[in-house]
Design a protein around this ligand. Structure first.
Ligand code: MG
Length: 385
């Protein structure tokens, strides 16, 4: 990365940043040198490039837990991403962290998910077993470093090192060549840690909300979950005459707020206790510094067990998962057997000798809806479009 191509104008508002926040002047820069922008800061450009990418728009029709269908109002990857971004920015601002970097990191964090959520990821990983496997974090990096084609001067989006590092931190294959360099710098920046914590607290809360809304679980089922009952008691104490229809959103809001406040307090205590005074201290810390306190950590773990048993393994969710996996696996086989059936851009790559990764890239880029349509185009006997 070329650090000398970084402009310092417009710069961070140094007076608003804590000493342990990353400054753009300390960035490791971008892979391809670029002139500074006259009015947007370094990480703001990362944010804007992510929002304008094709992969970002596709989040709108990608599964979070439930397969996206017209007329459904549960979360998709896009609305989940917006919730994570909003919570992350709140936390970052309160801690005095670099809000622009936090925002860019949050907007990017789920970009590499294939259609049909984690079920789709498992299916593609199996398809690619002999060709490097598939994992959404690595694919997210691949999208923004290689696959997006929007700029004449470089492949991908040419994002800053810090955004790419934050994306790499979750990879389950830390030894993969495209991941390893980003992980050699020590602990992740606080901005990346915030997004990770916000992601986790956001999806546990909204998965409960969505599961209630679509009838996978009932309020009675949640009577055994202490985090839920405690949050409900707090909500009812504040709103003793609350209408029944307000209960669910009020408890969900309480659950989120409780976790955000706890995360802020526990993190500030960690920063104080470990005398964190600069980015190097963050890098050298023995463990992550952005983390919930012990009470919330245990309550959340208990809620996560409930979600796994009662929601993620619900027969309606499993049915969607199996169907999504079947769709992806059959298309993978079909395109590998007949690469001439691929759209031109992919066919040329496949014919140049990169067959399986190309088919995988094509499938991973699909929305749920596009995958279903493409499957019908390929296999439905009455369709010849
Ligand atoms: Mg997420």
């Amino acid at each position: 990365m070329a650090a000398d191509n970084i402009s310092f104008e417009p710069t961070d508002r140094d007076d608003l940043l804590a000493p342990y926040a990353i400054r753009t002047r300390n960035s490791k820069g971008r892979k391809h040198a670029e002139p500074a922008h006259p009015y947007r800061s370094f990480y703001q450009r990362d944010r804007d490039r992510i929002v304008h990418s094709t992969a970002f728009r596709r989040l709108m029709h990608k599964t979070q837990v439930l397969v996206n269908q017209p007329g459904d109002y549960h979360r998709t990857r896009l609305t989940h991403t917006l919730e994570v971004t909003q919570i992350s920015r709140t936390i970052a601002r309160r801690l005095g962290l670099n809000e622009d970097l936090t925002e860019a990191t949050a907007l990017l964090h789920d970009l590499g998910h294939p259609p049909f959520g984690h079920a789709g990821e498992t299916a593609l990983d199996e398809c690619m077993r002999d060709h490097g496997g598939y994992e959404h974090n690595r694919h997210g990096l691949r999208l923004v470093e290689v696959l997006e084609y929007r700029y004449p001067d470089f492949p991908g989006l040419n994002l800053s090192w810090e955004v790419l590092e934050a994306q790499a931190m979750h990879s389950k294959r830390p030894d993969a060549p495209e991941v390893k360099p980003y992980l050699a710098v020590g602990q992740p920046l606080l901005e990346a840690q915030v997004v990770d914590a916000a992601d986790s607290l956001a999806y546990t809360c909204h998965d409960v909300d969505d599961a209630l809304s679509v009838g996978l679980i009932t309020l009675d089922d949640l009577a055994t979950v202490r985090f839920w009952t405690c949050a409900m008691e707090r909500a009812q104490a504040e709103h003793p005459r609350m209408q029944a229809e307000h209960l669910q959103p009020t408890v969900i809001r309480k659950l989120i707020d409780w976790q955000v406040v706890d995360l802020l307090e526990a993190t500030m205590e960690n920063l104080r206790a470990q005398k964190i005074g600069c980015v190097e201290d963050v890098r050298r810390a023995p463990r992550l510094l952005v983390a919930p306190g012990p009470e919330v950590r245990d309550l959340k773990a208990d809620l996560e067990v409930f979600l796994r048993d009662r929601v993620y393994r619900h027969h309606r969710v499993m049915r969607m998962a199996y169907k999504g996996q079947r769709i992806l696996k059959q298309m993978f086989e079909e395109f590998c057997a007949h690469p001439r059936a691929l759209p031109t851009r992919y066919r040329l790559r496949a014919e140049a000798g990169d067959l399986q990764p190309t088919v995988c890239d094509y499938l991973a880029g699909m929305t749920d809806r596009y995958a279903q349509d493409e499957y019908l185009r390929l296999f439905q006997p009455t369709s010849f479009t």
